[in-house]
Design a protein around this ligand. Structure first.
Ligand SMILES: [Fe+2]
Length: 292
């Protein structure tokens, strides 16, 4: 197994590349079984009509069932509906998560916690790598989204960056591709924990003078495919600090809204990445790429 150091993670995040944390073979089987178990629960729930992304025109929509959970104290999940409603994230999916949580079997609850543990390790390692002190890190929160996708013609999620400090992704199927700033494409390994630097990390680190670039990526879900993903999104409290505890207007909702390719502080990054891939920003944001 490859050895991943904090220095490797920091160097990768500095240039906008994601990092894969390898898992032992028995860990991979367990992770995929947990994802399948929760995906089966979710797929019995109503399908989401659609979901907004960075730029609504670029979104291709697979069928998605999802729910999210908010990390609380002592390794538990938050069960207070008011706290969930006050968190950045679709309210209906947050309430769906709470309903599931309160009705899970022991096996399902254990699966959720196992996935959370794997993701938490990745989030903490990523935070250590970018130099977030523990006293700042513990002020932050992590939302955990479980999503079951069913592929469709042209199905997937268009090119975007995540509106998080750090994303940790666990999934039981391929389809996620990074579009890197050096012009290369990287299909992430679905047997690993995938870490990606997000746009709030970029903004907070740029404000501190040493930017970590957000990872541009998209997801392909063609007909006949389905998978379940567990996405942990770590962010700091709104209106609080930059990475190092200095005052910083940290507002996740407005930052996400400003992550699009047409206006806002990420426009130069969209242009840089599109240029590297030899296409216009328009084509880049619409995922119009020749086959790899
Ligand atoms: Fe994403």
């Amino acid at each position: 197994m490859a050895i991943i150091t904090k220095e490797h993670i920091a160097a990768s995040f500095r240039v906008g590349n994601g990092v894969e944390l390898p898992q032992p073979p028995n860990g991979i089987a367990r992770m995929h079984a947990d994802l399948t178990l929760l995906g089966d629960v979710l797929s019995a729930k109503p399908v989401e009509a659609g979901f907004a992304w960075t730029d609504k025109t670029t979104v291709r929509r697979p069928t998605r069932h999802s729910a999210w959970f908010l990390g609380g104290k002592n390794g538990a999940f938050v069960e207070d509906p008011k706290l969930l409603d006050a968190t950045d994230g679709n309210k209906a999916a947050g309430r769906r998560g709470l309903e599931l949580l309160l009705n899970f079997s022991a096996e399902q609850y254990e699966a959720l916690h196992n996935l959370k543990c794997l993701a938490d390790v990745g989030i903490r390692l990523g935070a250590l790598a970018v130099g977030i002190p523990l006293e700042v890190f513990t002020q932050g929160h992590t939302r955990y989204r479980v999503a079951h996708y069913v592929g469709a013609e042209g199905g997937g999620i268009g090119v975007h960056v995540d509106g998080n400090l750090i994303t940790a992704l666990l999934t039981n199927g391929p389809g996620l591709t990074e579009l890197r700033y050096d012009g290369s494409r990287h299909c992430t390994d679905h047997r690993a924990t995938s870490l990606m630097p997000g746009s709030t990390l970029y903004r907070a680190s740029a404000a501190a003078g040493q930017p970590f670039l957000p990872t541009f990526h998209y997801v392909d879900m063609p007909p006949g495919t389905n998978k379940t993903s567990f996405v942990a999104a770590y962010n700091l409290p709104e209106g609080s600090y930059d990475l190092y505890g200095h005052p910083f207007n940290y507002d996740v909702a407005s930052m996400k809204a400003g992550d699009n390719p047409h206006d806002g502080p990420l426009v130069p990054l969209w242009q840089q990445a599109a240029n590297a891939h030899g296409v216009s920003v328009e084509d880049f944001s619409h995922s119009r790429f020749p086959a790899a």
